[in-house]
Design a protein. Structure first.
Length: 326
């Protein structure tokens, strides 16, 4: 007669490698095996019941338990537990930023399912190779997937890297989903209202009932329960955008042309770079910077760069002026 333990081993080998059941699934399997065992005991104890050898009864219970557990594993829905993947990397952080109760340090990797809370802090995330995402103070953002985020409250700013760069991203809000078309924009959720403001490019906002709203540079949409307000011609610079520039990842100026630094600074603040003449533009391309401007605000960066290079640099009415302007 075959050894029951070897039969169990053969049975499990034939079943193949299985996904591990959840604790609830294991508990249900154990309970089913226990009920089966108790019923056999009752049958054996009942009058007229045929005697069953103790060894055979033990093998029957073991087999029933194995089958019950194998059944629980086999029929446990595959894919029920979501696969956790990397979504973003922390590229700048200032103040208190957490996932649950765990502080988030610079260069930390964030994964799907994480809920990021900024409290009194701010944070910048890198998604993919070029997309930059910034979170303002008092913001909660859930990272659902590399291309799907849910803004629970607060404000986020997105810079996709330019009009010719496309990185898929959807931000879900109470008012609907916001998708970008190569752009810079910000989204905020406060109580029952959702606001979308576009600095550059376009975004498409799709409401819960499937209606699509196309917004371009300078547009601002304010959506609430049963209401929609759209304003055109909004400035792409100024106080409404400065919080995002304040948490921008630092720009490494070492051996970089002055023109690259000025283009980066202007993009962060929504300015237009205006050279006084062709000579000023040529000098900006030729001048190489050294050192670091990390930790300085925009005014002090321009002041330091001007002192180092001898080039006149100033900001006037949304323009970054390079050279001697009238």
């Amino acid at each position: 007669m075959n050894d029951p333990s070897s039969q169990i081993e053969s049975l499990l080998r034939l079943a193949g490698e299985r996904d591990q059941p959840s604790p609830d699934g294991l508990e249900r399997a154990r309970a089913a095996a226990r009920v089966s065992w108790e019923r056999m005991l009752e049958t054996r104890a009942s009058p007229g019941a045929a005697a069953m050898p103790v060894r055979r009864m033990g093998w029957g219970w073991a087999l029933a338990a194995c089958l019950a557990i194998a059944g629980a594993v086999t029929f446990w829905p595959r894919g029920r537990a979501p696969v956790v993947v990397e979504v973003a990397r922390v590229s700048a952080v200032d103040g208190q930023v957490r996932v649950a109760t765990i502080p988030v340090p610079l260069a930390a990797i964030l994964r799907s399912g994480d809920v990021l809370s900024t409290a009194d802090g701010r944070v910048a995330l890198a998604i993919g190779d070029v997309l930059s995402l910034r979170l303002d103070r008092h913001t909660r953002l859930r990272l659902d997937a590399p291309d799907v985020l849910t803004l629970l409250e607060g404000a986020v700013y997105v810079d996709s890297g330019g009009l010719n760069v496309h990185t898929a991203l959807r931000i879900d809000t109470p008012a609907g989903a916001v998708r970008h078309v190569g752009t810079q924009f910000q989204v905020s959720v406060r109580a029952t209202r959702t606001r979308v403001q576009v600095r550059e490019g376009r975004v498409v906002m799709t409401s819960r009932d499937g209606e699509a709203l196309d917004l371009g540079a300078g547009d601002l949409a304010d959506v609430g329960p049963g209401t929609l307000q759209i304003e055109h011609g909004q400035s792409g610079s100024g106080a409404a955008w400065e919080w995002a520039a304040a948490i921008a990842p630092p720009f490494d100026i070492e051996n970089r042309p002055l023109s690259e630094f000025l283009a980066w600074l202007a993009r962060e603040h929504g300015w237009q770079v205006r050279y006084a003449d062709a000579a000023a533009q040529s000098r900006a391309r030729d001048i190489r910077l050294h050192g670091s401007l990390t930790g300085l605000d925009a005014d002090r960066m321009l002041e330091r760069a001007s002192l180092i290079t001898g080039e006149a640099l100033s900001v006037r009415e949304g323009s970054l002026l390079v050279g001697a302007h009238p």
